[in-house]
Write a protein that binds this ligand. Structure first.
Ligand code: ADP
Ligand code: MG
Length: 302
Protein backbone atom coordinates (compact mmCIF):
# COMPACT_ATOMS: atom_id res chain seq x y z
CA UNK A 1 0.00 0.00 0.00
CA UNK A 2 1.19 3.53 -0.79
CA UNK A 3 1.24 6.24 1.89
CA UNK A 4 -1.10 8.44 -0.11
CA UNK A 5 -3.77 5.73 0.14
CA UNK A 6 -3.61 5.62 3.96
CA UNK A 7 -3.77 9.34 4.75
CA UNK A 8 -1.89 11.25 7.46
CA UNK A 9 -3.99 10.45 10.52
CA UNK A 10 -4.38 6.72 9.80
CA UNK A 11 -0.65 6.50 9.15
CA UNK A 12 0.22 8.08 12.52
CA UNK A 13 -2.26 5.75 14.23
CA UNK A 14 -0.75 2.70 12.55
CA UNK A 15 2.85 3.67 13.34
CA UNK A 16 2.22 4.52 16.95
CA UNK A 17 -0.19 1.74 17.98
CA UNK A 18 2.44 -0.45 19.61
CA UNK A 19 4.42 2.32 21.33
CA UNK A 20 4.64 1.85 25.09
CA UNK A 21 4.56 4.81 27.49
CA UNK A 22 4.93 4.96 31.26
CA UNK A 23 2.79 6.69 33.87
CA UNK A 24 4.67 9.97 33.71
CA UNK A 25 2.98 10.57 30.34
CA UNK A 26 -0.37 12.18 31.07
CA UNK A 27 -1.15 12.59 27.35
CA UNK A 28 0.92 11.07 24.57
CA UNK A 29 0.05 11.17 20.91
CA UNK A 30 -3.25 12.74 19.91
CA UNK A 31 -3.41 16.26 21.29
CA UNK A 32 -1.69 19.51 20.28
CA UNK A 33 1.24 18.70 22.57
CA UNK A 34 2.25 15.84 24.83
CA UNK A 35 1.49 16.44 28.52
CA UNK A 36 4.09 15.16 30.96
CA UNK A 37 4.21 14.91 34.74
CA UNK A 38 6.26 17.78 36.20
CA UNK A 39 6.11 18.64 39.88
CA UNK A 40 3.08 19.29 42.05
CA UNK A 41 1.05 21.92 40.27
CA UNK A 42 2.45 22.00 36.73
CA UNK A 43 2.64 19.79 33.66
CA UNK A 44 5.39 19.95 31.07
CA UNK A 45 4.18 20.36 27.47
CA UNK A 46 6.31 18.97 24.65
CA UNK A 47 5.72 19.40 20.93
CA UNK A 48 7.53 19.37 17.60
CA UNK A 49 6.78 20.76 14.15
CA UNK A 50 8.52 20.25 10.86
CA UNK A 51 8.54 22.74 7.97
CA UNK A 52 9.49 21.34 4.59
CA UNK A 53 10.35 23.42 1.52
CA UNK A 54 7.75 23.13 -1.23
CA UNK A 55 5.29 21.49 1.18
CA UNK A 56 4.85 24.17 3.87
CA UNK A 57 6.50 27.07 2.10
CA UNK A 58 8.12 28.11 -1.17
CA UNK A 59 11.25 30.24 -0.93
CA UNK A 60 9.84 32.39 -3.76
CA UNK A 61 6.83 33.38 -1.65
CA UNK A 62 8.27 33.71 1.84
CA UNK A 63 10.95 35.96 3.28
CA UNK A 64 13.67 34.22 5.25
CA UNK A 65 12.60 35.88 8.48
CA UNK A 66 9.09 34.62 7.91
CA UNK A 67 10.30 31.02 7.65
CA UNK A 68 12.08 31.27 10.99
CA UNK A 69 9.05 32.98 12.47
CA UNK A 70 6.66 30.30 11.22
CA UNK A 71 8.81 27.41 12.40
CA UNK A 72 8.67 28.62 16.00
CA UNK A 73 5.15 30.06 15.84
CA UNK A 74 3.61 26.67 14.94
CA UNK A 75 4.97 25.13 18.15
CA UNK A 76 4.01 28.14 20.26
CA UNK A 77 0.47 27.88 18.85
CA UNK A 78 0.23 24.23 19.93
CA UNK A 79 1.34 25.19 23.44
CA UNK A 80 -1.27 27.99 23.50
CA UNK A 81 -3.90 25.38 22.57
CA UNK A 82 -3.07 23.44 25.76
CA UNK A 83 -3.39 26.56 27.94
CA UNK A 84 0.36 26.73 28.50
CA UNK A 85 3.35 29.04 28.12
CA UNK A 86 6.35 28.17 25.90
CA UNK A 87 9.81 28.08 27.49
CA UNK A 88 12.54 26.13 25.60
CA UNK A 89 13.13 25.21 21.95
CA UNK A 90 15.64 23.22 19.91
CA UNK A 91 15.94 24.11 16.23
CA UNK A 92 17.20 21.65 13.62
CA UNK A 93 17.87 22.70 10.05
CA UNK A 94 18.82 20.89 6.87
CA UNK A 95 19.99 23.08 4.00
CA UNK A 96 21.26 22.75 0.42
CA UNK A 97 25.06 23.25 0.29
CA UNK A 98 24.86 26.05 -2.27
CA UNK A 99 22.55 28.23 -0.18
CA UNK A 100 24.04 31.65 0.63
CA UNK A 101 25.06 32.22 4.25
CA UNK A 102 22.77 35.26 4.38
CA UNK A 103 19.82 32.90 3.81
CA UNK A 104 20.38 30.94 7.02
CA UNK A 105 21.11 34.14 8.92
CA UNK A 106 17.75 35.45 7.71
CA UNK A 107 15.95 32.38 9.02
CA UNK A 108 17.66 32.82 12.37
CA UNK A 109 16.78 36.52 12.53
CA UNK A 110 13.12 35.45 12.32
CA UNK A 111 13.65 32.75 14.93
CA UNK A 112 15.37 35.17 17.34
CA UNK A 113 12.66 37.80 16.98
CA UNK A 114 9.73 35.56 17.83
CA UNK A 115 11.73 33.74 20.51
CA UNK A 116 12.39 37.11 22.19
CA UNK A 117 8.76 38.14 21.89
CA UNK A 118 7.51 34.99 23.66
CA UNK A 119 10.48 34.52 26.02
CA UNK A 120 11.44 31.21 24.41
CA UNK A 121 15.03 30.06 25.11
CA UNK A 122 16.71 28.43 22.12
CA UNK A 123 18.79 25.75 23.80
CA UNK A 124 20.01 23.48 21.01
CA UNK A 125 19.39 21.88 17.65
CA UNK A 126 21.08 20.03 14.82
CA UNK A 127 22.38 20.96 11.36
CA UNK A 128 22.66 18.90 8.21
CA UNK A 129 22.86 19.27 4.45
CA UNK A 130 19.97 18.27 2.25
CA UNK A 131 18.43 18.85 -1.19
CA UNK A 132 15.47 20.78 0.20
CA UNK A 133 15.21 23.07 3.21
CA UNK A 134 13.88 21.47 6.41
CA UNK A 135 13.31 23.42 9.62
CA UNK A 136 12.28 21.38 12.62
CA UNK A 137 11.47 22.89 16.00
CA UNK A 138 10.93 20.99 19.23
CA UNK A 139 9.51 22.98 22.09
CA UNK A 140 8.89 22.61 25.81
CA UNK A 141 6.36 24.66 27.71
CA UNK A 142 4.58 24.53 31.03
CA UNK A 143 0.96 24.70 32.12
CA UNK A 144 -0.63 24.90 35.56
CA UNK A 145 -2.50 21.62 36.07
CA UNK A 146 -5.82 23.36 36.51
CA UNK A 147 -5.28 25.35 33.27
CA UNK A 148 -4.69 22.33 31.01
CA UNK A 149 -7.08 22.38 28.01
CA UNK A 150 -7.25 19.24 25.87
CA UNK A 151 -9.24 18.15 22.82
CA UNK A 152 -11.35 15.64 24.73
CA UNK A 153 -13.10 17.87 27.28
CA UNK A 154 -16.01 19.27 25.26
CA UNK A 155 -19.40 18.60 26.85
CA UNK A 156 -22.90 18.45 25.40
CA UNK A 157 -24.44 21.97 25.32
CA UNK A 158 -21.03 23.72 25.56
CA UNK A 159 -20.80 26.82 23.39
CA UNK A 160 -18.12 26.90 20.67
CA UNK A 161 -15.91 29.93 20.08
CA UNK A 162 -13.01 30.85 17.77
CA UNK A 163 -10.47 33.65 17.99
CA UNK A 164 -9.68 35.93 15.05
CA UNK A 165 -10.79 35.44 11.45
CA UNK A 166 -10.72 32.30 9.34
CA UNK A 167 -9.79 31.37 5.77
CA UNK A 168 -7.39 32.51 3.06
CA UNK A 169 -4.34 32.18 5.31
CA UNK A 170 -2.31 31.05 2.30
CA UNK A 171 -2.39 34.67 1.08
CA UNK A 172 0.09 35.60 3.81
CA UNK A 173 -1.17 35.05 7.36
CA UNK A 174 0.34 31.53 7.52
CA UNK A 175 3.80 33.15 7.44
CA UNK A 176 3.09 36.05 9.79
CA UNK A 177 0.57 34.84 12.35
CA UNK A 178 1.01 35.66 16.01
CA UNK A 179 0.34 32.57 18.13
CA UNK A 180 -2.62 33.16 20.45
CA UNK A 181 -0.76 32.92 23.77
CA UNK A 182 -2.27 36.17 25.08
CA UNK A 183 -5.80 34.97 24.28
CA UNK A 184 -5.18 31.50 25.68
CA UNK A 185 -3.76 32.91 28.92
CA UNK A 186 -6.70 35.28 29.31
CA UNK A 187 -9.12 32.39 28.78
CA UNK A 188 -7.54 29.83 31.11
CA UNK A 189 -6.83 32.42 33.81
CA UNK A 190 -10.41 33.68 33.93
CA UNK A 191 -12.73 30.90 32.74
CA UNK A 192 -13.20 27.15 32.86
CA UNK A 193 -12.35 26.14 29.28
CA UNK A 194 -13.61 22.60 28.62
CA UNK A 195 -11.70 21.92 25.38
CA UNK A 196 -9.32 23.74 23.04
CA UNK A 197 -7.36 23.15 19.82
CA UNK A 198 -5.43 25.41 17.49
CA UNK A 199 -6.70 25.57 13.91
CA UNK A 200 -3.94 24.10 11.77
CA UNK A 201 -5.95 21.81 9.48
CA UNK A 202 -9.07 24.00 9.06
CA UNK A 203 -12.19 24.59 11.17
CA UNK A 204 -14.15 21.59 9.82
CA UNK A 205 -11.29 19.18 10.38
CA UNK A 206 -10.11 20.56 13.72
CA UNK A 207 -13.63 20.78 15.17
CA UNK A 208 -13.78 17.13 14.09
CA UNK A 209 -10.78 16.37 16.34
CA UNK A 210 -12.59 17.93 19.31
CA UNK A 211 -15.90 16.14 18.64
CA UNK A 212 -14.23 12.79 17.97
CA UNK A 213 -12.04 12.88 21.07
CA UNK A 214 -14.78 14.32 23.28
CA UNK A 215 -17.36 11.85 21.85
CA UNK A 216 -19.82 14.64 21.04
CA UNK A 217 -21.34 16.34 17.98
CA UNK A 218 -21.59 20.03 17.07
CA UNK A 219 -23.75 22.60 15.33
CA UNK A 220 -22.11 25.67 13.84
CA UNK A 221 -23.81 28.61 12.11
CA UNK A 222 -22.51 29.83 8.78
CA UNK A 223 -23.37 33.47 9.48
CA UNK A 224 -21.56 33.44 12.85
CA UNK A 225 -18.24 32.27 11.41
CA UNK A 226 -15.76 35.17 11.26
CA UNK A 227 -14.72 34.93 7.62
CA UNK A 228 -11.40 36.67 6.89
CA UNK A 229 -11.29 39.32 4.13
CA UNK A 230 -8.65 37.02 2.58
CA UNK A 231 -11.18 34.19 2.19
CA UNK A 232 -13.10 34.02 -1.07
CA UNK A 233 -15.98 32.07 0.44
CA UNK A 234 -17.29 30.41 3.57
CA UNK A 235 -15.71 27.22 2.27
CA UNK A 236 -12.25 28.80 2.72
CA UNK A 237 -13.14 29.65 6.33
CA UNK A 238 -14.27 26.07 6.96
CA UNK A 239 -11.61 24.13 5.11
CA UNK A 240 -8.41 26.18 4.69
CA UNK A 241 -5.55 25.17 6.96
CA UNK A 242 -3.02 27.20 8.91
CA UNK A 243 -5.25 29.86 10.46
CA UNK A 244 -3.57 29.16 13.83
CA UNK A 245 -6.54 30.59 15.68
CA UNK A 246 -7.93 28.91 18.80
CA UNK A 247 -11.14 26.90 18.78
CA UNK A 248 -12.53 26.31 22.27
CA UNK A 249 -15.65 25.30 24.13
CA UNK A 250 -17.03 26.19 27.53
CA UNK A 251 -20.28 25.73 29.45
CA UNK A 252 -23.13 28.14 28.77
CA UNK A 253 -22.69 29.67 32.22
CA UNK A 254 -18.97 30.30 31.63
CA UNK A 255 -19.68 31.51 28.08
CA UNK A 256 -22.14 34.06 29.40
CA UNK A 257 -19.48 35.35 31.79
CA UNK A 258 -16.93 35.47 28.96
CA UNK A 259 -19.26 37.42 26.67
CA UNK A 260 -20.05 40.01 29.33
CA UNK A 261 -16.50 40.36 30.64
CA UNK A 262 -14.26 40.27 27.59
CA UNK A 263 -12.68 43.49 26.29
CA UNK A 264 -13.37 43.42 22.55
CA UNK A 265 -10.69 46.04 21.96
CA UNK A 266 -8.10 43.58 23.23
CA UNK A 267 -9.46 40.23 22.04
CA UNK A 268 -11.35 39.09 18.99
CA UNK A 269 -13.56 36.09 19.70
CA UNK A 270 -16.71 34.80 18.01
CA UNK A 271 -19.41 32.47 19.23
CA UNK A 272 -20.01 30.08 16.31
CA UNK A 273 -22.21 27.29 17.64
CA UNK A 274 -22.73 24.64 20.29
CA UNK A 275 -21.85 21.07 21.18
CA UNK A 276 -24.48 18.36 20.78
CA UNK A 277 -24.59 14.64 21.41
CA UNK A 278 -22.45 12.33 19.30
CA UNK A 279 -25.24 10.98 17.09
CA UNK A 280 -25.86 14.29 15.31
CA UNK A 281 -22.30 14.59 13.91
CA UNK A 282 -21.11 18.06 12.90
CA UNK A 283 -23.78 20.20 11.26
CA UNK A 284 -23.47 23.50 9.51
CA UNK A 285 -26.58 25.72 9.50
CA UNK A 286 -26.84 28.26 6.69
CA UNK A 287 -28.69 31.60 6.76
CA UNK A 288 -31.95 29.89 5.68
CA UNK A 289 -31.75 27.39 8.51
CA UNK A 290 -30.76 24.52 6.22
CA UNK A 291 -28.58 21.88 7.91
CA UNK A 292 -25.62 20.28 6.15
CA UNK A 293 -23.48 17.47 7.51
CA UNK A 294 -19.92 18.71 7.63
CA UNK A 295 -17.22 16.16 6.81
CA UNK A 296 -13.57 16.83 7.58
CA UNK A 297 -12.97 18.25 4.12
CA UNK A 298 -16.18 20.12 3.48
CA UNK A 299 -19.82 19.68 2.69
CA UNK A 300 -21.97 16.59 2.21
CA UNK A 301 -25.58 17.44 1.49
CA UNK A 302 -28.33 15.05 2.53
P1 ADP B 1 -0.84 19.54 15.21
O1 ADP B 1 -1.50 19.92 13.91
O2 ADP B 1 -1.55 20.04 16.41
O3 ADP B 1 0.65 19.85 15.24
P2 ADP B 1 -0.77 16.91 14.12
O4 ADP B 1 -2.06 16.77 13.38
O5 ADP B 1 0.48 17.23 13.37
O6 ADP B 1 -0.96 17.95 15.32
O7 ADP B 1 -0.51 15.55 14.91
C1 ADP B 1 -1.52 14.90 15.64
C2 ADP B 1 -0.89 14.07 16.75
O8 ADP B 1 -0.07 13.04 16.19
C3 ADP B 1 0.01 14.87 17.68
O9 ADP B 1 -0.20 14.42 18.99
C4 ADP B 1 1.41 14.53 17.20
O10 ADP B 1 2.35 14.61 18.23
C5 ADP B 1 1.25 13.09 16.72
N1 ADP B 1 2.21 12.71 15.66
C6 ADP B 1 2.34 13.24 14.41
N2 ADP B 1 3.27 12.61 13.69
C7 ADP B 1 3.79 11.64 14.49
C8 ADP B 1 4.80 10.64 14.33
N3 ADP B 1 5.47 10.51 13.18
N4 ADP B 1 5.05 9.82 15.38
C9 ADP B 1 4.38 9.95 16.53
N5 ADP B 1 3.41 10.86 16.74
C10 ADP B 1 3.10 11.70 15.75
MG1 MG C 1 -2.24 21.92 16.94
Amino acid sequence: MKLKEIGEFALIERLTKKIRIDRSVIRGIGDDTAVLEYGRDKFMLFTTDLLVEDVHFKTRHATLEQLGHKALACCISDIAAMGGIPKYAAVSIALPKNLPLSFVEGIYAGIRKIADRFDVNIVGGDTSSSRKIFIDVSMVGFVKKRHLTTRDGAKNKDLIFVTGELGGSIKGKHLRFIPRIKESQYLVNNFKINSMIDLSDGLASDLGHITKQSKVGAVIYENLIPVSPNADSIENALCDGEDFELLFTLSQKEAKRLLSKIDYNKFQISLIGYITDKQSGIRLVNANGKHTILGPKGFRHF
